[in-house]
Design a protein around this ligand. Structure first.
Ligand SMILES: Cc1ncc(COP(=O)(O)O)c(C=O)c1O
Length: 363
């Protein structure tokens, strides 16, 4: 038995152990075919079933209305930063697209969109180092805009939109990369949501895009075929060779989530896990939370210690104790515990125990 390691990496992140075991067990012989899932054609009937089952399971877990398409697209979440304006800016005569900047990825989203529309940042929390979600008054949402883009959960910091704003006729687009299926959301409120798979769903490099059908009609003629959501929907994500392995793993993760009781059940566990860490952080000033309490999410818990040297010591000793990848993102520093759906309660308890002991010795 190898030593117990808990992986707190922000992504690629840990996957549920039973999913990993199943992948191992059927890797060389997929469903009695005598060959691996990664060797069969994306057009084989066995793979098509994998794809359709994953889509159906996702639809069921999110209670997704029938007028939404579920796409698997190449290039991870960041590719969608360009694909979104290419597909949707045409909804507005002036290609006006609204963005709220709540962190590093929210900033990259509007930066990457810039060549393809009249990109407006209508609110930002940059001035306070993204320690909050800025106020967004409905009057700030220009009803002529093609869409409003938000980042649901800000991976580097751990803030999230606790509720999403009413946007009137303007479709709401949400980057859910670091919170997909971690809490119950009403998908009928969104025009489009998307997520790189590598946190709550599967391997990196592919994204899931969930889009309302009426939004498939606005792609600019310059949209590359593989970024065109209408083409992708028409081909059911098989325009070219899909990332069959990523879709297969996602299907297994969705199955696992279903077995855990679905999104409502995992949301409760996620809250419990995050509260264990936040309670400890709030119990004194040894650990200092990065995000104002009312904006905290449950997926990424970020905090600092008094000095960079003490943080270095924390990371070194945590690593030796089997608590892996707790270093904050290079642009933020400090400590970040990413505790996605697959992180068991026991992993968070192990971290909390370590934190208490570290404080006792160094406080
Ligand atoms: C919120 C968010 N959006 C986008 C991305 C970029 O994802 P990808 O690396 O799949 O392009 C990340 C990656 O961590 C993320 O956390």
């Amino acid at each position: 038995m190898s030593k117990q390691v808990y992986n707190f990496g922000a992504g690629p992140a840990m996957l549920p152990v039973p999913v990993m075991e199943r992948i191992r067990d059927e890797f060389l012989d997929f469903q009695g075919m005598g060959i691996s899932i990664i060797e069969i054609s994306h057009r084989a009937k066995q793979f098509e079933k994998v794809l359709v089952d994953a889509q159906e399971r996702f639809r069921q877990l999110t209670n997704l209305p029938d007028n939404y398409k579920i796409l698997f697209v190449h290039g991870g979440a960041r590719m969608q930063f360009s694909a979104l304006p290419l597909n949707l800016a045409g909804r507005s005569a002036t290609k006006k697209c609204l963005y709220v900047e709540t962190g590093n990825f929210a900033k990259l989203a509007h930066k990457d969109a810039k060549p393809f529309g009249d990109i407006r940042v209508i609110a930002s929390s940059a001035a306070t180092n993204y320690d909050r979600i800025p106020v967004l008054d409905p009057s700030m949402i220009d009803q002529d805009a093609a869409y409003l883009h938000l980042t649901g959960n800000n991976t580097l910091y751990g803030s999230r939109w606790q509720t999403f704003p009413e946007t009137g006729a303007v479709p709401l687009i949400v980057d859910q990369t670091s919170e997909m299926l971690s809490r119950v959301l009403d998908f009928s409120k969104f025009g489009c949501v998307y997520a790189g798979l590598q946190k709550n769903l599967g391997p990196a490099g592919t994204a899931i895009v969930v889009i309302r059908e009426d939004l498939l009609e606005y792609a600019s003629p310059q949209t590359p075929t593989l970024l065109n959501y209408k083409v992708c929907a028409a081909d059911n994500s098989l325009t070219n060779t899909a990332n069959t392995f990523a879709i297969y793993v996602t299907g297994l993760v969705l199955e696992w989530l279903h077995e855990q009781g679905g999104v409502a059940a995992i949301e409760k566990v996620n809250e419990q896990k995050a509260q264990i860490l936040y309670k400890l952080i709030d119990s004194g000033d040894f650990y200092r939370g990065v995000i104002l309490p009312e904006f905290r999410g449950t997926m990424n818990v970020s905090f600092n210690l008094a000095t960079p040297e003490l943080e270095e010591k924390f990371l070194k000793e945590a690593g030796a104790a089997g608590l892996y990848a707790l270093k904050g993102h290079r642009s933020v520093g400090g400590i970040r515990a990413s505790i996605y759906n697959a992180m068991p309660l026991a992993g968070v308890e192990a971290l909390a125990g370590f934190m208490q002991e570290f404080q006792r010795k160094n406080g």
